[in-house]
Design a protein around this ligand. Structure first.
Ligand code: ATP
Ligand code: ATP
Ligand code: MG
Ligand code: MG
Ligand code: MG
Ligand code: MG
Length: 297
């Protein structure tokens, strides 16, 4: 097609490739969710419906983009790790960042009614997105440790803060003043002595955040079966029954693998299935990572 005389302006669009051989972490965060949570009457300190909706939106983008191997969410934010070797959109930064942010946002709105059947959306929510590149496994591990440590610090503070306000009758200003300068042990003590709350017995969802992991399925089915019909293994309740800590297969989720022997007359490249699981576990210690080397490869 012949270019118009105006087409030269295209040359002002600069390429923005992400450095090859580095790992991408994509993080998004709700825009002004302090206000959004108030206007939609989120329960404090943790509205479970809102957290489940975030998980649902995160799961949606992991089902669409198979190169995302791990997600971690808390409050109004989610982080995603992409396969180091991903060639998604030729590693164009703004293309990846904008499409992922957009899909997450629309999934959040699309599934709102499922989690908030009695609360109508007051205005369109939005999220910011960014991509950070990390050079080695050490930084990836530390990145996710950083986010989970943040989850803990915030949740401990918010749990005591809202106990002082909702059960203790303090104003928010007074509650902040009560907590100023306190260390972790003192917060645990206020919770336990004044309100009989044992922090360590709170829902792990609140203490550990949400870990959404793409697990490799042990026994790959024959490749022709998989390629012919992606299997929906008991996920018929989606999106209403957001699966948690359950072995629920992601529909038709495929990943390249060498697990199957090549057969004569067949393509040698085979596929094995993966499934997406939602956990609320520790991801700081080695226990999470050691059995899942594929996350960091
Ligand atoms: P910014 O636009 O800079 O991100 P923000 O108001 O979204 O501003 P954040 O630091 O992202 O600020 O904090 C998000 C806020 O949203 C929390 O402090 C909390 O008040 C609220 N929030 C998010 N998720 C929940 C939830 N599940 N339950 C209760 N409150 C929530
Ligand atoms: P990419 O993801 O690279 O943008 P694309 O399929 O969106 O791929 P575009 O070049 O953006 O490709 O073109 C958008 C296409 O969407 C159009 O070619 C047309 O087929 C379709 N489309 C968009 N808006 C309309 C519309 N209002 N009516 C009919 N078709 C439309
Ligand atoms: Mg912020
Ligand atoms: Mg925010
Ligand atoms: Mg936030
Ligand atoms: Mg388009």
């Amino acid at each position: 097609m012949a270019n118009s005389k105006f087409a030269y302006v295209r040359n002002f669009e600069l390429p923005d490739p992400l450095l090859p051989g580095t790992s991408m972490v994509f993080r998004l965060d709700g825009h002004s969710f302090h206000r959004f949570s108030e206007e939609h009457k989120f329960s404090k300190p943790n509205d479970v419906r809102a957290l489940q909706l975030m998980d649902c939106a995160a799961r949606t983008i992991m089902e669409e983009y198979k190169d995302i191997v791990l997600g971690f969410g808390e409050s109004d934010e989610f982080s995603f790790l992409l396969r180091k070797s991903t060639s998604l959109y030729n590693r164009r930064q703004s293309k990846i960042c904008s499409t992922l942010t957009s899909l997450f946002t629309s999934a959040y709105v699309f599934h709102w009614k499922t989690f908030f059947p009695d609360t109508s959306l007051q205005y369109p929510p939005s999220f910011d997105g960014r991509i950070v590149l990390y050079p080695s496994q050490r930084e990836i591990r530390d990145y996710f440790s950083w986010r989970q440590a943040d989850t803990h610090i915030n949740n401990l503070y918010n749990t005591v803060f809202w106990a002082l306000v909702l059960q203790g009758g303090q104003t928010t200003t007074e509650a902040h003043a009560t907590l100023r300068g306190t260390v972790s042990a003192q917060k645990h003590e206020i919770l336990f002595k004044r309100y009989g709350i044992n922090y360590n017995e709170l829902d792990p969802r609140f203490r550990k955040g949400s870990v959404i992991v793409r697990e490799l399925v042990d026994e790959p089915a024959p490749s022709e079966t998989i390629l012919a019909q992606p299997i929906n293994n008991g996920t018929s309740q989606e999106p209403t029954g957001l699966p948690e800590q359950a072995n629920v297969a992601s529909p038709g989720s495929l990943v390249a693998s060498n697990a199957e022997k090549p057969r004569p007359g067949k393509k040698t490249k085979t596929k094995s299935r993966t499934r997406i699981e939602i956990l609320h576990c520790d991801i700081i210690a080695d226990d999470f990572w050691t059995p899942r080397p594929h996350l960091l490869e």
